[in-house]
Ligand binder design. Sequence first.
Ligand SMILES: CC(=O)SCCNC(=O)CCNC(=O)[C@H](O)C(C)(C)COP(=O)(O)OP(=O)(O)OC[C@H]1O[C@@H](n2cnc3c(N)ncnc32)[C@H](O)[C@@H]1OP(=O)(O)O
Ligand SMILES: O=C([O-])CC(=O)C(=O)O
Length: 369
Amino acid sequence: MKTDDTFVPGLEGVVASETGISLLDTEQEKIIIRGYDLIDLSKRKTYADLIYLLLEGILPADAERQAVEEQLKSHYELPAAVMDILKLLPEGTHPMDGQRTALSALAGYDEALDDRSLEANKQRAYRILGQLPAITVNSYRILNNQDPVEPDTALPYSANFLYMITGKKPTELEAQIFDRSLLLYSEHEMPNSTFTSRVIASTHSDMYGALSGAVASLKGDLHGGANEAVMHMLEQAQSANDFVDMLKNKLANKEKVMGFGHRVYMKKMDPRAKMMKESLKQLCDLHGDSSLLEMCEAGEKLMAEEKGLYPNLDYYAAPVYWMLGVPIPLYTPIFFSSRTAGLCAHIIEQHDNNRLFRPRVKYTGDRNL
Ligand SMILES: CC(=O)SCCNC(=O)CCNC(=O)[C@H](O)C(C)(C)COP(=O)(O)OP(=O)(O)OC[C@H]1O[C@@H](n2cnc3c(N)ncnc32)[C@H](O)[C@@H]1OP(=O)(O)O
Ligand SMILES: O=C([O-])CC(=O)C(=O)O
C-alpha cells in the first residue's frame, strides 16, 4: 500500500467521501442538496420535504409529505425508561449531553439494531427524527425542574417542536420561520459532525452510535455551539454600540468572534445566514423592536471592515431563536435535531457503500529504536 505522507492540518480541502447527498458549490455559490439549491428550497418547501428528500432522494408529493408527517408523529413518544434516564442526570447538564445520552440509550430499544439494510436504516431514521423533539425539549425541561411536555399531534412536526419548546401555539409566521431554520440547518455536506458520523458508521457501528458521536462534535463552539455563544454575546451587550465595543475587544485580544467565518465559505457570507437575516427582519417588524437586528448589523459591518469575515448561519439563527422565545441552551440541540436528517442520510450512504476510515499519520515522536 502506497502512503502519501502529505499532512493537511484539519483535512482542509481534502476530499474524504464520495456522496450523492450534498455539495457546497463555491463557484456557483450554491448549497446543492440531492440536485436542488437549498436556498431555493427554503423559499418554497418545508423541513418535512427536506427529510423526505434527504432520506428518499426525491422531493415528496403532497400525499408523501403528509405521510412523512404522520410517520414522525407516530414516533413522538419516548420509552419511559429513557425519560427516567434524563431525570437522573445531574442539574446543570447541558441539553446536548441529554440528547447524546438519550440517543445512546435508544439503541437498546431497537430490536433490529444489527440490521443495516437500507429499509431498516430509513425506518430507524424516521423513528429517531420523530423522537427528537421529545428528547430535546425534555432534556432541557427535566433538567430545569419543569414537567415533561406532551406533543400536540394536530400541529405539523416543526410547529409542534416549537410549541413544545415555548409552551405557546406559534403564529403562522413564527411556525414558518422556525421551519425554515430547521430546513436551513438540515444538511451541509461534510462538516466535522457529518465526518464524525461517517467515520463511526464505517466500522459497521449502528446509527445511534454514529449520531451520538455527531452530537458531541456539533456541541463545540467552533461548530454548532456557536449559535448559543452568539446569543450570550448579544444578551450581554444590550446595544449596538456595546456590541461593537465587545467585538473590538475580542479582536484586540485575538479571540474568535462566534458566528463569523467558515472553513468553506471563508471570506463570503454563508447564503443560509442571509435567509435567517430576512427572517430576523420579519420578526423585528412583528414585534416593533429592531434592536437585535441593529446589533447584528453593526457587528456584521465591523467584522467585514476589520477582518473581512462574514456571518455564518449560527450568527443570524441565534437572534431568530431568541425572538421566537427559545431558551438559549436549546439553540444547539435544535441545530442537531434538524441536522439528524442529513446525518442519517450520510450514515445510510456510508453503510451502503462502505470503506473503513483508517488514515495514517505524520510521526513527530522519537524513534528510540
Ligand atoms: C453552522 C456552523 O457550524 S458554522 C461554524 C460556526 N463556528 C463559529 O462561528 C466559530 C467562529 N469561527 C471560527 O472559529 C472559524 O471561522 C471556523 C472554525 C468556523 C473556520 O475556521 P478555519 O477554517 O479553521 O479558519 P481559521 O480558524 O484558521 O481562521 C483563519 C484566520 O481567520 C481568523 N478567523 C476566522 N474566524 C474568525 C472569527 N470568527 N473571529 C476572528 N477571527 C477569525 C483566524 O483567527 C485566522 O486568522 P490568522 O490567519 O490571522 O491566524
Ligand atoms: O459546514 C461546516 O463546516 C459547518 C456548517 O456550516 C454546518 O454544519 O452547517
